[in-house]
Each structure stands twice: as structure tokens, then as C-alpha cells.
Design a protein around this ligand. Structure first.
Ligand SMILES: Nc1ncnc2c1ncn2[C@@H]1O[C@H](COP(=O)(O)OP(=O)(O)O)[C@@H](O)[C@H]1O
Ligand SMILES: [Mg+2]
Length: 249
């Protein structure tokens, strides 16, 4: 589904991500783990062409998604970002908008004006994000009135509305309480039936619970990538073993 070949990413002269080669499977959850600053978010942002918006940022090598080079000169980054949605650490609903408008925003931007169709999509996406029952009576209320966990599920619903094929999640539960975290984890497991998901997490138990594959990064390099079970029970690299057993990071 996603393939990086000899991927290198820089901030100015700083070489943040080095020679990454990886193939991400369709309809699976892949976890990115590793100590803070090892390049997880940088790599994730490169997958939906958000690295390049940072001044001085450079990209080398190749990323293909569904066989297409997303950095091909004629590719429009905005179109790439529709296909490859992103959910951030801190829930970031559009603060001046209602719950309904948050979910509808992307579609409206794409020119959709049909109210009935919008209603359908908003309901379906809130449903898929496990939020509809909780908010159905206040769809026109401001999104900031929701709890943090609800806001994060709203952001997931907003991402789903533009029908991405891939969902990138950068520590999506690290700002959430345990119950909201559990809801998002259950949701991820449900969503992988339809979407390919990459999730950065600092929480090793979370990686073990929800992911099928795990990639361990250190100092900008991909140290080890395997089935999650193998990474956590039988890591091949000493550095992976040290990290998952809590010896550093
Ligand atoms: N906008 C930026 N400008 C310069 N350096 C950055 C920027 N963002 C991240 N970095 C650096 O790139 C490295 C990788 O960061 P990041 O991808 O955020 O790591 P992680 O997500 O694994 O914690 C770090 O050394 C970080 O300081
Ligand atoms: Mg990060």
C-alpha cells in the first residue's frame, strides 16, 4: 500500500530521517515506535507531503502510495492529503465551527453543496468514529464543547469524510484519558477493515494491543520492522530489545 525507498528527510542541514526502506501493508495497523526525536513524526508527515511545508525541509528518495509516486512533479499535494488523512496528537477541531460543520468542512471545500448528501456523510462518519450517539442531539453546537476524547473522535470523523485510503495518526491518544484512549484503540481496530493505518505511539502496550506490524526507529534510522508479535517477543536487533524492555527511551 505504501512503500518508501531510500527515503531521506532533512531540516536544513539536519538529517532527520535516513535511508528508510519499508513496505506498509494494506488494511493493517502499523505502529511506529522509538524514543522521542528519532524521526517518527517527520517520516509520518512526509507520507502526506506535510514535511515540505516546513521552511528549509528537504525530501530525498521515493514514497509510493498504491503504486503512485506521491512526489511526482505533477502530483498536487492537496489531492495527496485527501487520500492520506492525518490525525494529530492534540485534537484540533476547527474551533469556530459546529460538530456538523467540522465533519462537512472537507466535502464543502471540494464543492459539495447537496444538503441531504452532506447530512448522510456527516452521520455515517460520526457513526464510524463511534461518536454519533453521543452528539446526535447537538450537531449544531460548537465542537469545542466536546471533551478531549470526543474531539479526537470528531477529528477522526472529519478525516473519514473525505474518504482517505490511508490514515496517519501521530500519538492520537497521548492527550487522552484512559477511557477515551480505549475508545480510540477500539476504533482503530475497527477502521483497519477499510483503511490502512499508521500510528505513532509512545505507549508500547498500545502498539502491542492494536498494531499488526511495528517499526522501531532510532536516531532517524529504521532499526527493525516486523510483525508486532515478533518485535515484542523475539526482536532481532539488540537495540530493539533494549528499547522494548525499557532500557532506554
Ligand atoms: N520543524 C523542525 N525544524 C527543525 N528540526 C526539526 C523540526 N521538527 C523536528 N525536528 C527535529 O527532527 C528530529 C526528529 O523529530 P520528530 O520527527 O519530531 O521525532 P519524533 O516524532 O520521533 O519524536 C528531532 O531531532 C527534531 O528536533
Ligand atoms: Mg513525534
Amino acid at each position: 500500500m505504501i512503500e518508501a525507498k531510500q527515503l531521506n528527510l532533512w531540516y536544513g542541514d539536519f538529517h532527520a530521517v535516513k535511508d528508510i526502506n519499508i513496505t506498509i501493508e494494506k488494511n493493517k495497523v502499523t505502529a511506529f515506535i522509538g524514543p522521542s526525536g528519532c524521526g517518527k513524526s517527520t517520516f509520518l508527515r512526509a507520507i502526506n507531503r506535510m514535511h515540505e511545508v516546513i521552511e528549509g525541509a528537504k525530501v530525498g528518495g521515493q514514497i509510493t502510495v498504491e503504486g503512485e509516486d506521491i512526489y511526482r512533479p505533477d502530483k498536487d499535494p492537496v489531492t495527496v492529503r485527501h487520500k492520506i488523512g492525518m490525525v494529530f496528537q492534540k485534537p484540533n477541531p476547527f474551533p469556530t465551527m459546529s460538530i456538523y460543520d467540522n465533519v462537512a468542512a472537507g466535502l464543502r471545500l471540494n464543492g459539495m453543496r447537496n444538503k441531504k448528501k452532506l447530512d448522510e456523510v456527516v452521520e455515517k462518519c460520526l457513526e464510524q468514529a463511534g461518536l454519533f450517539e453521543e452528539v446526535k442531539d447537538r450537531l449544531n453546537k460548537n465542537a469545542m464543547g466536546l471533551s478531549g476524547g470526543q474531539q479526537q473522535r470528531l477529528c477522526i470523523a472529519r478525516t473519514l469524510a473525505v474518504e482517505p485510503h490511508v490514515i496517519l495518526m501521530d500519538e492520537p491518544t497521548s492527550a487522552l484519558d484512559p477511557i477515551s484512549t480505549q475508545k480510540v484503540e477500539e476504533l482503530v481496530t475497527e477502521l483497519k477493515k477499510k483503511y490502512t493505518i499508521i500510528m505513532v505511539t509512545h505507549n508500547m502496550q498500545q502498539a502491542a494491543r492494536v498494531s499488526d506490524y511495528t517499526a522501531f526507529f532510532l536516531l532517524g534510522e529504521l532499526v527493525e520492522f516486523d510483525e508486532t508479535e515478533a518485535i515484542f517477543t523475539n526482536p532481532k536487533d539488540k537495540r530493539t530489545e533494549d528499547y522494548i524492555s525499557g532500557r532506554f527511551g
